[in-house]
Ligand binder design. Structure first.
Ligand SMILES: [Zn+2]
Length: 388
């Protein structure tokens, strides 16, 4: 399977004295633009209760250049990127407010606070030197090659203490299943929010019916406990409880079989993480994801039920999957669960994240759903053990 990923490549560059002066100048103009635009947004809100958008601020750039000709020394796209940075600082603020966090409002940038410029649509090739618009040709130590098939998206020039760097963000398609003869294998990550996430990108949410029926069951059991033993009401409630139990069993059986069949239809070898139920029980559930959206089964009150569902069902699911696989001449193989949720499937560095963080964000540029990243790791570990 081919997946498109974002990756970044960073190199030391050696601008001349004149180029350094030029870049430092650009930094201070970017900082000025940022602060000016932030103030414009704040004033517009204070005075007229209106929100100024990125597009409105971007449309004012030509006017600004006319009024302040020295802005012509900064590439238009770099200025647009400054406004985009402000816009995402705003959006990040509102996202945090929505989540109920005590959120920091975007701050004015002090002198020295600005140390990078980004060319969002960089389209030049890289060799022993690079062309930087409005700066010129700069010497670069091209110590590792950007893959030929990679598409360069952006260039960011940064200053870190007294050193200068060029960082290219590229789009790269990588082939996850590269080992011959095992193309028909899949990795699955089992969990509480998504019942399973597969390395082909498909996922199955934890079933919703379980909670509803568990609530009904709890209500019935409370009434049952209060009823006079062996009374007609008591017998009626007992029958109702048995009926709910039966309903849960049927739905679960149906869910597990359908999920297993769907997997076996697309893969000959299925790798899963060896289950550590006690470890899973400790996994807390987040209330919202990073975008501030509520996850399908978010409430903490539900987590107990999801845990009990997972507890009862994940092991059962693997047994179902294994017995079906045997009948079809397919394989279900467990792999040790080391770092599958922390390691980056693209560059293999460990990206520590707390249990509530649902997105894997690697410094290498790879961004994916946490459980999807885990499923890619499970697939790779599985393939490695098979071909070792
Ligand atoms: Zn990575």
């Amino acid at each position: 399977m081919i997946i498109i990923t974002q990756k970044s490549f960073k190199y030391r560059i050696y601008p001349t004295e004149a180029q350094i002066t030029n870049l430092i100048n650009q930094f201070s103009m970017c900082r000025y633009l940022y602060n000016w635009s932030l103030e414009e947004r704040i004033k517009a809100y204070e005075n007229e209760q209106i929100s100024i958008t990125y597009n409105e601020q971007q449309n004012k750039l030509p006017e600004l250049k006319k009024e302040r000709p020295h802005f012509k020394g900064v590439y238009s796209q770099v200025l647009q990127d400054v406004l985009k940075r402000l816009d995402s600082a705003y959006q990040g603020f509102f996202r945090r407010v929505k989540k109920g966090d005590t959120a920091g409002f975007p701050k004015f940038k002090k002198k020295g606070d600005w140390d990078s410029i980004t060319y969002p649509l960089y389209r030049y090739s890289v060799s022993s030197q690079i062309y930087v618009p409005k700066v010129g040709t700069v010497k670069i130590i091209y110590h590792r090659e950007i893959p030929k098939e990679a598409k360069i998206k952006t260039l960011t020039i940064t200053k870190e203490s007294d050193k200068w760097f060029a960082c290219f963000s590229v789009e790269l398609s990588i082939n996850i299943e590269h080992k011959q003869g095992l193309a028909n294998s899949i990795g699955i990550d089992l969990g509480l929010i998504d019942f399973l996430y597969a390395s082909d990108g498909s996922h199955v949410p934890a079933p919703k019916y379980y909670r509803k029926l568990q609530n009904r069951l709890a209500r019935l059991q409370r009434r049952f406990a209060k009823a006079d033993k062996y009374s007609s009401k008591w017998y009626k409630l007992l029958k109702a409880i048995q009926k709910v139990y039966y309903r849960i069993r049927c739905l679960k059986h149906d869910f597990l079989h359908k999920t297993a069949n769907a997997l076996l239809e697309k893969a000959d070898i299925i790798f899963h993480e060896n289950l550590n139920i006690s470890g899973m029980m400790r996994r807390p559930k987040p209330k919202q994801d990073e975008e501030g959206k509520y996850l399908p089964n978010n409430a903490s009150a539900k987590s107990g039920l999801n845990k009990s569902f997972a507890d009862a069902s994940l092991g059962q699911f693997l047994n179902t999957l294994k017995s079906k696989a045997v009948a079809l001449g397919k394989k279900v193989i467990g792999v040790p669960p080391h770092y599958t949720s922390q390691e980056c499937p693209v560059c293999h560095q460990i990206v520590k994240k707390s249990l509530s963080v649902r997105t894997h964000r690697c410094p290498c540029g790879f961004v994916a759903n946490r459980d999807f990243a885990a499923s890619l790791n499970i697939l790779r570990i599985g393939l490695d053990t098979l071909t070792a």
